[in-house]
Design a protein around this ligand. Structure first.
Ligand SMILES: NC(=O)c1ccc[n+]([C@@H]2O[C@H](COP(=O)([O-])OP(=O)(O)OC[C@H]3O[C@@H](n4cnc5c(N)ncnc54)[C@H](OP(=O)(O)O)[C@@H]3O)[C@@H](O)[C@H]2O)c1
Length: 287
């Protein structure tokens, strides 16, 4: 039975992916940083008669990552799939963002992925098999207003993944995939707003405020008026992820919705799933 380690399963895409992977016959290690949030997943799994093992894992803490990985290796002797799903939104102007906030957005959206990947890779390399699936965003390909820190971190995950894939995939049979959703109707939006409010409850102030309000109003309008739906559900994104994990030859990149595909089109139209560029980089530098 193939097993999967998923980060950030308390809500949203991670929660739905845990259930769907279990339904499809994978052995699921659903991890979350705060085990007090595990009741909804335990209940949902029970209702659907699914077995899911829940472990504590905070992607900003090397010790917690190492503990979870060791537990899985002791039980199964391997990790087949790592789904780096945990992440958090952040929309604010760079000028109004503190160093603490910069460090946090980068840690939770980029460095956390580096940490978990580093912890799992040796076990995959040892058995010459594995699949690392990183959830980035269409914001990992297209920078968007007020999202400079979030998009910067997601761009970083894209570059990190491309680089690893170029020299690890072929010799060690470890696959890499990047999941690039557009909007997803999850806790993400609420937590992004809570994180970015200042003490007066403002998100962005001063000269930037009218530009930010225009951005927010546009987001509101787009969510209801666009012909191509902006938002997917967490379950829809989980379906794409499980399909990618079940694919013998998974794509490097996959947009999960038409909306995301349309937004990234100017960048991706000559090489939609990134295979051409990856093959070029691998052969140019290594063959
Ligand atoms: N929602 C969107 O519009 C959207 C669009 C494109 C891409 N994405 C990406 O999709 C992924 C899933 O997001 P979502 O929409 O499902 O949002 P979500 O419902 O807010 O879920 C995010 C998950 O990440 C977890 N997390 C946060 N910090 C963590 C840490 N330090 N260690 C471990 N887990 C941590 C959260 O746990 P807590 O409950 O403890 O906070 C939660 O389980 C993220 O990578 C996000 O960037 C989202």
């Amino acid at each position: 039975m193939r097993n999967v380690l998923i980060t950030g399963t308390s809500t949203g895409v991670g929660f739905e992916s845990a259930l769907l992977f279990a339904k499809k016959g994978f052995k699921v290690y659903a991890t979350m940083r705060n085990l007090k949030k595990s009741d909804p997943l335990i209940t949902a799994a029970k209702e659907e008669k699914l077995t899911i093992e829940i472990l504590q894992l905070d992607i900003t803490d090397n010790e917690s990552i190492s503990k979870a990985v060791t537990t899985i290796i002791e039980k199964d002797g391997k990790i087949d799939i790592l789904l780096n799903n945990a992440g958090a939104g952040f929309a604010k102007t760079l000028e109004q963002t503190s160093q603490k906030e910069i460090d946090w957005v980068t840690d939770v959206n980029y460095t956390g992925v580096v940490r978990t990947t580093k912890a799992v890779l040796p076990y995959m390399r040892a058995i010459r098999s594995g699949h690392i699936i990183n959830v980035t965003s269409i914001g990992g390909l297209v920078g968007q207003p007020f999202n400079e820190l979030y998009c910067g971190a997601k761009f970083a995950v894209e570059g990190f993944t491309e680089s690893l894939a170029s020299y690890i995939s072929k010799p060690f049979n470890i696959k890499f995939s990047l999941i690039e959703p557009g909007g997803i109707a999850t806790e993400f939006m609420n937590s992004a707003v809570q994180k970015t409010q200042n003490e007066e409850g403002e998100l962005v102030s001063g000269e930037y405020a009218p530009i930010f309000h225009k951005y927010l109003q546009g987001a509101q309008d787009r969510s209801t008026n666009e012909k191509v739906p902006l938002y997917q559900t967490g379950k829809q994104v989980a379906e794409v992820i499980v399909e990618v994990a079940s694919n013998e030859n998974p794509p490097l990149r996959i947009r999960t919705s038409t909306w995301a595909e349309n937004l990234g089109n100017l960048k991706t139209q000559t090489d939609p799933d990134g295979t051409k560029l990856l093959n070029h980089v691998t052969s140019y530098f290594l063959e």
